[in-house]
Design a protein around this ligand. Structure first.
Ligand SMILES: *Cc1c(COP(=O)(O)O)cnc(C)c1O
Length: 407
């Protein structure tokens, strides 16, 4: 890669390809992959200088690896943050954020519809260390406000949420957080920086599961936190200690994935919008949840803070005998031939899931209802196959419910 410095003010498209330069003497054009656990020094004195921090440079790949660093720099540039820290998974990034910034007695206010495992983190682990969480409706600003206590240190949300695509107003929540000396943390997994820039809207930290759209082809697990100091230094310190490190191989895959990020996100969004509009007109589809639809309750907020509406949508089904239950949902899913029946998302391959018995299977019943996860709900994450083929695949589902397709 070139050692010439990049100009300022580059677009997301250019940054996703060019940011995170990794100069080497071999002049490799593609980013080199440093598959090494440790680094060597010219002398004992240099080793000492590296370890004391007097001299900058690589030490050990648990916390300093050039390929991982290039991924961090590229993602930080894309999100408009000062610095990013990469992790072995999205959950590792979320755990590190909470454990490095909170202490016993601190309080989190979180939107109710978060990734299922984030819920488990609140209920089972953070609570054990004396950190309590209050869950609120993502779109109800008054609920956020009244949940805040003297001990609230973090407001956390995922927008649009999984699986019913609820949207939180990032700018309004950032103001609310700052008026109360708290930080706003946004899980930007579903939009990515190609579609939404939470830091620009006032958020303090962005967390990612790189496993999803940053990779984009379902190959590797990874995660990251983006923001500024002093928070990022704290989180980096936690990584060095906890060791939930991103592998250099995965970082290299993510660097390659990022290069097509904007192209993919707009293509995913365009296909999803078409299918959402079509599903809304079909019999047996009780309701479609997609923030790109004018019928979506937070469509205006989504339009204000996102460049497009993403690939994830869900819908409730009802069969021709009037059953709106698990059997109807499973029949729909089992009738598809192209879509992958899997809980993952963020892939070129379209995925179809029954949230109530998979991603949200461990969520308590009452919370499931509040999150909109009914037995007849199906989630799809629209991939990049041909649009007509996907439409026909969904038509197979509608027909399996005993309905005739409407043209
Ligand atoms: C998948 C996901 C996570 C967790 O990421 P992993 O890489 O699976 O650990 C967190 N948040 C959201 C929104 C996700 O979709």
């Amino acid at each position: 890669m070139s050692k010439r410095p990049l100009p300022d003010d580059l677009s997301v498209e250019t940054l996703s390809i060019r940011a995170g330069q990794l100069p080497t003497d071999e002049q490799s054009h593609s980013e080199p992959m440093f598959l090494t656990s440790s680094f060597v020094y010219e002398s004992a004195a240099q080793a000492a200088a590296r370890f004391s921090g007097e001299e900058e440079g690589n030490i050990y790949s648990r916390f300093t690896n050039p390929t991982v660093r290039a991924f961090e720099q590229r993602l930080a540039a894309l999100e408009g943050g000062e610095r990013a820290v990469a992790f072995s998974s999205g959950m590792a990034a979320i755990v590190a954020t909470f454990f490095s910034l909170l202490k016993p007695g601190d309080h989190i206010v979180s939107s109710r519809s978060v990734f299922g495992t984030t819920n488990v983190l609140y209920d089972k682990y953070l609570s054990k260390f004396g950190v309590d969480t209050t869950m609120v409706d993502i779109s109800d600003l008054d609920a956020w406000r009244s949940a805040i206590t003297r001990n609230t240190k973090i407001l956390f949300l995922e927008t649009p949420s999984n699986p019913v695509a609820e949207v939180g107003d990032i700018a309004a929540l950032a103001k609310l957080a700052h008026d109360n000396n708290a930080l706003l943390v946004v899980d930007n997994c579903f939009c990515t920086p190609a579609l939404q820039l939470p830091l620009e809207l006032g958020a303090d930290l962005v967390v990612h599961s790189a496993t999803k759209y940053l990779d984009g082809q379902g190959r590797c697990l990874g995660g990251a936190v983006v923001g500024r100091d002093p928070e990022i230094s704290e989180i980096f310190g936690f990584l060095r200690t906890a060791g939930a490190t991103m592998s250099p191989f995965n970082a290299w895959v993510f660097l390659k994935g990022l290069e097509t990020l904007s192209l993919r996100m707009f293509a995913h969004s365009a296909q999803a919008a078409e299918l959402a509009r079509w599903l809304e007109t079909q019999p047996g589809i009780e309701r479609v949840f997609y923030c790109g639809l004018p019928s979506h309750p937070q469509h205006e907020v989504a339009k204000k803070q996102q460049k497009a509406f993403g690939a994830v949508m869900s819908f409730r089904v009802i069969d021709s005998d009037g059953n709106a239950d698990r059997q109807a949902a499973w029949r729909f899913i089992d009738a598809t031939r192209i879509m992958s029946i899997t809980a993952n998302l963020g892939d070129t391959k379209t995925t179809i899931t029954h949230p109530a018995t998979t991603t949200h299977g461990r969520v308590p019943a009452e919370q499931k209802v509040l999150s909109g996860v009914t037995e007849n709900l199906i989630r799809i994450a629209v991939g990049l196959e041909g649009l007509e083929d996907l439409r026909k695949d969904l038509a197979r589902g509608v027909q399996a419910l005993g309905h005739n397709i409407k043209d």
